[in-house]
Ligand binder design. Structure first.
Ligand SMILES: NC(=O)c1ccc[n+]([C@@H]2O[C@H](COP(=O)([O-])OP(=O)(O)OC[C@H]3O[C@@H](n4cnc5c(N)ncnc54)[C@H](OP(=O)(O)O)[C@@H]3O)[C@@H](O)[C@H]2O)c1
Length: 327
């Protein structure tokens, strides 16, 4: 496992880290046993950064992370998120009282005295124009409740605006073979300001793993079923906003580019690691096998220039019109 600088925190984080949404909820059923094994396998393979949120399984994901870390001696950084417990989810809710309560709840679930990194969880657009929201986060740092804070964003422009807040350490954004726009202006600006980037949904919700076919179906409590057309939340969070069947066709065209000895999932992760602005990719995993396989993507050789060009050409031909200007 290779490690990269994370913003101005002084942390060195595993370039393949762990996304803990699938072990929380909304991905069909994942047993505690499999979830715990996935976390252990990741750490065994050098992962030292976990991304979770207070709403993943209403705290289940945070609690599973706490259970595993109680059994491990390694320093593992845990990023959680706040904001999505608000109902209605609106900018006015991002106030001192609510944010403080969300932080206190995550401190209890994660069984720590201070959160390593708190991310605002895709807040409404108006929040990026409310410096008082970031002032509250500064106060929570001063109070010792957080070490650092960042944001998780839906759109590139939200990420660019967030970079203007001087104490922001990270931006989490969807970035994968089917979502390439962040690599344009945003990466350059984040690097210039030394802000860490978490590449989320790196496997396009599993589509890029190459395991799915037109006959694949998902259980009712899996967002790949209930949010396939954006019925419950931003459609970009499910298959990166790419139509499932169009995505499958593109995945078949990618298959010949996968280096021998690598899986399509590892190839998709290695593509992300080609961008040095990225601090880490945070693939979700539901079991130890997936977690180990994902972590080992860090061992792959850099992708050849020709392969990178062919991936770009495929994106331009098949995906770009569908997603590029939407996020
Ligand atoms: N708004 C936000 O802030 C937000 C939104 C989304 C995600 N995130 C974060 O980003 C993380 C990553 O995104 P994601 O979990 O949505 O999507 P993802 O990482 O693109 O896909 C994860 C899914 O892919 C499949 N998979 C994983 N490894 C595999 C492998 N080696 N081989 C085959 N299949 C594999 C698994 O599902 P199956 O086995 O069922 O196919 C897994 O649940 C999340 O866990 C979460 O921490 C944040």
């Amino acid at each position: 496992m290779l490690y990269r600088d994370f913003g101005r925190t002084g942390w060195q984080v595993s370039e393949v880290s762990f996304g803990a949404w699938p072990i929380g909820n909304a991905w069909g059923s994942v047993s505690d046993h499999d979830a715990l094994a996935a976390l252990h396998a990741s750490i065994d393979h050098g992962v030292n950064f976990i991304d979770t949120a207070d709403v993943y399984g209403d705290g289940r994901s945070e609690q599973l992370v706490a259970r595993v870390l109680a059994e491990r001696s390694e320093r593992v950084y845990v990023a959680t998120k706040a904001g999505r417990r608000l109902n209605p989810h609106n900018a006015a809710g991002y106030n001192r009282e609510n944010l403080t309560a969300f932080v206190e709840r995550s401190l209890r679930k994660l069984e720590v005295d201070a959160l390593d990194l708190l991310q605002l969880h895709c807040p409404p657009y108006e929040c990026y124009y409310m410096p008082e929201v970031f002032g509250i986060l500064d106060d929570l740092v001063r109070a010792g409740k957080l070490l650092f804070y960042g944001v998780s964003v839906e759109k590139v422009e939200e990420g660019l605006k967030a970079l203007e807040f001087p104490n922001l350490q990270s931006v989490q954004i969807i970035f994968n073979i089917f979502r390439q726009r962040p690599a344009e202006l945003f990466f350059e600006q984040a690097k210039r300001r030394k802000v860490g980037i978490l590449a989320r949904v790196p496997l396009a919700s599993g589509l890029l793993s190459g395991r799915m076919t037109a006959a694949t179906s998902f259980p009712p409590d899996d967002h790949r079923n209930f949010n396939a057309h954006g019925e419950a939340f931003d459609v970009g969070e499910t298959f990166s906003g790419v139509d499932f069947h169009e995505g499958l066709e593109a995945v078949e065209q990618l298959r010949p580019l996968v280096p021998s000895g690598a899986t399509p999932a590892q190839f998709a992760l290695r593509w992300i690691l080609m961008f040095d602005a990225v601090s880490c990719a945070i693939p979700g995993a539901k079991n130890a096998g997936q977690a180990a396989q994902n972590a080992m993507a860090s061992d792959l050789a850099p992708l050849p220039v020709d392969t990178m060009a062919r991936i770009r050409a495929l994106y331009d031909a098949r995906i770009r019109d569908r997603v590029h200007q939407r996020w």
